[in-house]
Design a protein. Structure first.
Length: 59
């Protein structure tokens, strides 16, 4: 199995009001904010056909 490489993104701007709501949404899904945002991006690019959906159930 290939090890997942995590990169740290710095300098990311987010409206403070949206950040509060995103933190709340992440908590509802038992995720960190960064994992929540990563999953939102993944779902979007999959929906656009830019990334193939995962088939083996890995996170």
């Amino acid at each position: 199995m290939k090890k997942r490489v995590t990169k740290i993104l710095t300098g990311f701007r987010l409206d403070p009001r949206l950040k509060v709501l995103a933190v709340q949404a992440a908590a509802q899904e038992n995720r960190s904010l960064s994992n929540y945002i990563e999953n939102l991006i993944r779902k979007d690019v999959e929906a656009r056909g830019l990334l193939m959906p995962r088939t083996n159930g890995d996170k």
